[in-house]
Design a protein around this ligand. Structure first.
Ligand code: CTP
Ligand code: CA
Length: 223
């Protein structure tokens, strides 16, 4: 993918893209996370940049290949991701929540490494719910175009449509996770785009780079 082989249709548009699973501390050396690699979000940030947008990538996986024009902000927790996105929200045209924020965090992370105790065979962690970043933006939004993903292992389309309305998003991209092809931690992906206006677009299995470009082009047509 080369920049000048693409029309700069997104010039002057500001994008915030999130990527990767967030990490919630258990103690100073351990955390809870998920299998989201950050590839899809990183590819979306690159694709928007290729088409001329100003892009901020808020990511938990900063080591991935990012185009030099993309501004990278590194976060760990869901709360940090929410705060980073909030800073830019007013002047953003498009938000793409491709990250997999941890839905729960540890209620009281230990300040020292948790030690095994002789004779104690279980350890209970109390978790509390994290804020839903996308739903929060959905409540606040004015001109912004909000995109989310629906990572599902079952009832893909019904769950995606529920998320579209529950989060007041303009687009939800449903993708099946937890199988052998595509989804989390893979180079390829497929999915279905559900737009607020009722339009549905199927994306067959393709590289995440190609899929990212498809998604950005479809968003561009609706700005
Ligand atoms: N999301 C978010 N903040 C969270 C959790 C999710 O902004 N705390 C966003 C994700 O980035 C994604 C969309 O919401 O764009 C859907 O995430 P998903 O995990 O599929 O759905 P949830 O609403 O968290 O519901 P569940 O995990 O119970 O299916
Ligand atoms: Ca979730």
């Amino acid at each position: 993918f080369y920049r000048y082989s693409h029309p700069q249709v997104l010039q002057n548009k500001k994008f915030v893209v999130t990527a990767g699973g967030t990490e919630e501390s258990i103690d100073p050396v351990r955390y809870i996370s998920n299998r989201s690699s950050g590839k899809m979000g990183t590819d979306l940030a690159n694709a928007a940049s290729l088409l001329g947008a100003d892009v901020i990538l808020v990511t938990t996986r900063p080591a991935m290949m990012v185009m030099s024009e993309v501004k990278v902000e590194t976060v760990k927790t869901t709360a940090q991701m929410q705060a980073a996105v909030a800073v830019h929200f007013d002047e953003t045209d498009v938000v793409i929540m491709a990250a997999a924020p941890a839905d729960f965090r540890v209620a009281n992370p230990a300040t020292q490494k948790i030690k095994k105790v002789a004779g104690q065979d279980d350890l209970n962690l109390q978790l509390i719910k994290n804020p839903d970043i996308l739903a929060g933006l959905g409540k606040q939004k004015k001109h912004q175009f909000l995109t989310g993903f629906a990572a599902e292992t079952e009832n893909l389309h019904a769950n995606a449509l529920k998320k579209l309305t529950a989060k007041n998003a303009d687009l939800i991209i449903a993708n099946q996770v937890g199988r052998s092809t595509g989804g989390f931690n893979a180079d390829e992906n497929s999915g279905t785009m559900f737009f607020k206006d009722g339009t549905t677009i199927e994306i067959p299995l393709m590289s995440k780079q190609e899929m990212a470009l498809r998604i950005i082009q479809e968003i561009n047509e609706r700005l």
